[in-house]
Design a binder for this molecule. Structure first.
Ligand code: SAM
Length: 238
């Protein structure tokens, strides 16, 4: 096991991400807090230091290679233990970040984590995307929606694109070969007002782990009937 700070800094540099000591301390505190809570509630299968750095922190931050994030309003749908939303917020403190998850115990962890890290302008909500996306406070009010490891792209597009303003983007973190999934999701994406803009494929620094990020533009308002009622987008994808 390498030293936490050495490993983190080397990986941030490989992604060309600027950092300072405070940012690195925040990630260390996040790691400690995650592992401590994980012994009581199920937050993540990964607890080894190197795994958490590579597969949670650096994976979440890989987006910064492709897009500038300053001052954006972002919602992370199905954030779980805070991925990718919390690493992005640590890196860009000026972001307006909303974290949403349907599991209350994870939301309680996130509330405590945010207090522990002293993060400001970040709100955590317990609930399902199907319901929150109908609320005028959230509907079509974010520049970006991000989501990792929540559902297939057809389901996710119905859950996530309704949150995005026209002109904004939904950004889906995926695994090594997302092409088939993207093809299958094209109908759903178009029905909810989007179109695929770009797909980036890469390896996490100093690993053989392949990942991809899919950028979906929001071109048109989402018809009011989407998302359908809770559970339908996953049971019966568009
Ligand atoms: N995004 C995190 C990550 O990459 O580690 C968590 C992934 S976890 C496999 C999926 C999370 O999505 C769970 O915490 C679950 O509660 C949440 N989730 C699933 N369906 C959801 C929905 N319809 N609305 C909100 N959250 C949902």
């Amino acid at each position: 096991m390498s030293d936490f700070y050495t490993h983190l800094k080397k990986s941030l540099e490989a992604l060309n991400i600027q950092y300072d000591d405070n940012i690195c301390h925040q990630f260390y505190n996040y790691y400690e807090f995650l592992v401590r809570w994980n012994s009581c509630i199920n937050l993540t299968a990964l607890t080894e230091q190197d795994d958490v750095i590579d597969k949670h922190f650096i994976d979440s931050l890989s987006l910064c290679t492709y897009i500038g994030l300053e001052d954006q309003a972002i919602i992370d749908v199905g954030t779980g233990a805070g991925f990718p939303g919390v690493p992005l917020k640590i890196m860009y403190p000026d972001l307006k970040m909303v974290l949403l998850d349907s599991l209350n115990k994870r939301v309680r962890f996130l509330d405590d984590l945010i207090r522990e890290l002293g993060l400001l302008n970040i709100d955590v909500y317990h609930g399902r995307a199907e319901t929150f996306a109908k609320n005028p406070k959230f509907r079509e009010s974010f520049d970006l929606c991000v989501s990792r490891a929540v559902a297939n792209l057809s389901t996710l597009s119905e859950l996530c694109l309704p949150f995005v303003k026209k002109g904004g983007s939904f950004i889906s973190y995926k695994g090594s070969d997302p092409e088939d999934e993207v093809l299958k999701a094209e109908n759903a994406i178009s029905l909810v007002g989007g179109s695929v803009n770009n797909m980036y494929k890469f390896k996490l620094p100093f690993t053989d782990i392949s990942r991809s990020i899919i950028f979906i533009d929001k071109n048109k308002n989402t018809p009011g009937k989407y998302p359908r009622k809770e559970g339908t987008p996953s049971k019966d994808p568009l």
